[in-house]
Design a protein around this ligand. Structure first.
Ligand SMILES: Cc1cc2nc3c(=O)[nH]c(=O)nc-3n(C[C@H](O)[C@H](O)[C@H](O)COP(=O)(O)OP(=O)(O)OC[C@H]3O[C@@H](n4cnc5c(N)ncnc54)[C@H](O)[C@@H]3O)c2cc1C
Length: 802
């Protein structure tokens, strides 16, 4: 065994082998893989081997496509077959809702460059003669689906990696990880200690235990998963059956030799080793329990009668791991230098290649090269405890083949984090959503109406109530809970210099606010912030709640050794905002401060008393209206709320939720992190160029941003008005020009005050000036859309400034 290496990958499942392969492919040859037993001995060896591109997140779907297309390459390099069969795949729909979903998936696949398309039941039955057509109304067909040999594939990655310089040490169990002062790792194994500059945890079923060696509790849980293989079926057609998902039966199936492999995700799934994975488990199966999946099998046998007549040859029950949302956990771990993870990969054969590609890029280039936020380990915080993970994974497992509607909020693991106003807002009939573990009001049902939203792809029962909330803000005043934002304090004599380095805008004067995107070295957007200066050495910075760990990780990795400290104020600063033409009068009734525009203009920030409450007040509002954001410590949150509510009665103050806020920011053309602002766009493309200050000196991403300014960027973010037909875009719909897909929607919804259906979308820059032939595909049909030259609401920004 070597004594010193650049990278040690822990775990020889399909994911570890893919990471090893990609590191060598991109030039890091001094890399080893440590496997406690034999390659594939975790969840890899008994996988069903299904491969597909379908994923709720378009960026992950792209990486799945990459994975499937990679198999040829590793076969060629390794000389080892992956046993890939690509007979295509069908997703069968039995209900109208599922057809809506299928149409959305088809539309999305169009802008991703995938070829999935809706087919009739007859066409589906031609490809899958075993199905009983009576139970279905349509299907999605994707030619890039099939199955492979899990073991052969893992060995193909491993052999290709070793051919390119990697070494693999089998029977080498990592028992401890000790970090040296220089950031490298002493890796203690049963075969001796090896030093690695970087460690990658690809421990699969044991990733949690490997994480615990460095004090991490990764949000991962293994679930038991069963599939069966039938005896030979004499009526099988000559052509191989497609891979198939039957959403009504909640089963998947494919051909296995002359029989069928059929698996299911039962509703009441069973976690495996919920607290501690046994180290002596290896290449083993779990006892099968057909009773648990009997209901699914019954539906399956009804939908595919030939299966009911075939005997069962084999039943497999094996464990594999999931993160709470079902996507992998990938990337550098905040606070641990040179420590990387690639685990929680529930579809290793569809995703493993993309995971390896992203991680190797990240380690070598400092950037994953794609938008991988959906699988970034930093999307979780300390609130994703073992028990939360358990609740969420079980929910997610049971819903694997269920429709999740765009307005659906899933119930498991809630409420967990609540602001001090939770009970007050509940009493006010709020309908809650949850983000980053925190409950926040989506909208408020009128008194006497149950606070329940029907789930739908169209406009829900919330529509009129959200409209009333928007109306209240535009004509009077509304109160919005804003504690879900991420909040940070930057302090110290070096705070201004540091912020000037990591943010491209010039930092504000004391008592003022600036908006600034954040760029990576490639000049792409990795954040957008509101920066308020409290005093010479203290800044309050506000950003996207779900990106808190992602941003903290970035800042901490760029922090100088002294002069500035960063503190997350997630639970230390709670927020309320008041917005609308009466917002100033309402606030003025509670403070002695002069709130006139001369004394406290737009983009001001000041510590002031509001009623009896000491608060920081910023004159800014995401509604695009006159508005104030108020920030207080949690012990004052209720008092502030009560004071605003009592004083607000005279001004017709109304509770307003995040749905209304979304409607108002859409008609103002305001983008938001993770939708309009992502690491695949530059500031010019996203319309944030005015917040990049090239005159202030150097900052991260300056050179690339300068190049983008000179070229103008390839894309342009535009506000589109969509023809009225009773539903709205929600995001991820393709935009066509003259019938050809040219762009995609990032957010959409109904702008209640303007009375328009609005979509924010990226289109090629050269088309952004055209307006004659755009259409957005919504609910299975192209809907006429026009680019709005200016924001539908108050394009001059008079309302927020006056
Ligand atoms: C029944 C079943 C059916 C499935 N069907 C499919 C499917 O159809 N399609 C699909 O894409 N996926 C499927 N999967 C999921 C797939 O198997 C997993 O996504 C994949 O195997 C995960 O690979 P991994 O490398 O992350 O983990 P693992 O395969 O668990 O590998 C982890 C490796 O790390 C090693 N290790 C752990 N700790 C240490 C240590 N301390 N020192 C050294 N080595 C260590 C382990 O020994 C193990 O070899 C299925 C899984 C099951 C159980």
């Amino acid at each position: 065994m070597k004594s010193h290496v650049r990278v040690a990958v822990i775990g020889g499942g399909v994911v570890g082998c893919s990471v090893l392969y990609h590191l060598t492919k991109f030039g890091w040859k001094d890399v080893v893989l440590l496997e406690r037993d034999e390659l594939t001995c975790g969840s890899t060896w008994h996988a069903a081997g299904g491969i597909h591109t379908l994923n709720g997140d378009p960026n992950v779907a792209k990486l799945q496509k990459y994975t499937i297309e990679l198999y040829k390459e590793i076969e060629e390099i390794s000389g080892q077959s992956c046993g890939v069969h690509l007979p295509g795949g069908l997703v069968l729909a039995g209900t109208k809702e599922r057809m809506d979903w299928i149409r959305m998936a088809e539309a999305r696949s169009r802008y991703l460059g995938l070829d999935a398309h809706v087919v009739s039941v007859d066409e589906a039955a031609r490809r899958m003669p075993l199905m009983d057509k009576r139970y279905f109304v349509g299907a999605l067909y994707d030619p890039l689906e099939g199955h492979l040999d899990p073991s052969g594939t893992t060995y193909a990655y491993a052999k290709a990696a070793t051919k390119q310089g990697a070494e693999i040490y089998r029977k080498t169990k990592v028992e401890d990880l000790r970090q040296r002062a220089d950031g490298g790792w002493d890796i203690v194994t049963n075969a001796g200690t090896i030093f690695a500059e970087h460690v990658v945890n690809c421990g699969g079923l044991w990733a949690r235990e490997v994480g615990r060696m460095v004090g991490l509790e990764l949000p991962i849980l293994a679930m038991e998963h069963q599939y069966l293989i039938t005896e030979d079926i004499p009526t099988l057609p000559a052509e191989e059956l497609p891979h198939l998902i039957d959403f009504e039966g909640e089963i998947y199936l494919r051909q296995e030799r002359k029989g069928v492999l059929l698996g299911t995700y039962e509703h009441d799934g069973v976690p495996w080793s919920p607290r501690q994975t046994p180290w002596d488990f290896s290449a083993e199966l779990l006892p099968s329990d057909l009773d648990r999946i009997a209901d699914n099998l019954e539906v399956g046998f009804k939908h595919f009668p030939a299966l009911a007549e075939a005997g069962i040859k084999q039943i497999i029950n094996g464990p594999f791991t999931f993160a709470p949302d079902g996507n992998p956990l990938v990337g550098p771990v905040r606070g641990l230098r040179n420590h990387w993870v690639a685990c929680g990969v529930m579809a290793g054969f569809s995703q493993g290649g993309g995971v390896g590609l992203a991680l190797a890029n990240w380690m070598i280039q400092g950037d994953p090269g794609f938008d991988v936020f959906a699988m970034d380990v930093a999307r979780y915080g300390d609130w994703a405890t073992l028990a939360y993970t358990n609740a969420k994974v079980r929910e997610n497992y049971g819903r694997r083949f269920r429709v999740t509607f765009p307005n659906e909020e899933l119930a498991a693991g809630r409420p967990l984090r609540t602001s001090p106003l939770y009970d007050r807002m509940k009493a006010a009939n709020a309908v809650f959503g949850a983000s980053f573990g925190l409950e926040y009001p989506l909208w408020y049902a009128p008194a006497g109406t149950p606070p329940v939203e029907e789930i739908t792809f169209r406009r829900s029962n919330a529509h009129a109530h959200v409209g009333a909330e928007c109306h209240a803000v535009r004509t009077g005043v509304g109160m919005i809970e804003t504690s879900g934002y991420a909040k940070y304090e930057f302090s110290g004599p070096g705070a201004e210099d540091f912020l000037n380095r990591v943010l491209p805008n010039r930092m504000p004067a004391i008592g003022r606010i600036v908006l600034s995107p954040m760029l990576n070295a490639n000049g792409k957007l990795i954040g957008d912030f509101t920066v308020a200066r409290v005093n010479a050495d203290t800044f309050h910075v506000f950003g996207s709640g779900p990106a808190e760990q992602y941003h903290m990780r970035w800042w901490e990795s760029h922090l100088p050794t002294s002069g500035v400290s960063i503190r997350s104020l997630r639970s230390a600063l709670m927020g309320l905002s008041v917005a609308g033409p009466h917002a100033r009068a309402l606030l003025a009734s509670l403070t002695d401060e002069d709130l006139s525009t001369d004394a406290f203009p737009f983009m001001s920030y000041k510590r002031m008393d509001v009623g009896m409450v000491p608060a920081f007040v910023g004159r800014i509002s995401f509604t695009g209206d006159l508005g104030y954001e108020l920030w207080v410590s949690p012990d004052y949150h209720v008092a502030l709320y009560d004071a605003l509510l009592a004083a607000g009665a005279a001004f017709g103050l109304k509770h307003v939720g995040l749905r209304a806020l979304n409607s108002m920011r859409l008609e103002k053309g305001f983008g938001t992190w993770a939708r309009e602002y992502r690491p695949i766009y530059g500031p010019q493309e996203a319309g944030l160029g005015r917040f990049v200050n090239f005159r202030k000196g150097d900052f991260i991403g300056r050179d690339a941003a300068l190049r983008e300014r000179e070229s103008g960027g390839k894309l342009k973010l535009v506000t589109m008005l969509v023809e009225e037909f009773g539903a709205d875009a929600v995001g991820d719909e393709p935009v066509a020009y003259d019938g050809v897909t040219v762009g995609w929607v990032t957010s959409g919804g109904y702008a209640h005050w303007s009375g328009k259906s609005v979509a924010l979308a990226y289109v090629p820059a050269e088309l952004a000036g055209r307006n004659d032939a755009f259409a957005i595909e919504i609910m299975g049909a192209p809907r006429r859309a026009t680019i709005s030259a200016e924001a539908p609401f108050d394009p001059a920004g008079t309302r927020m400034r006056s």
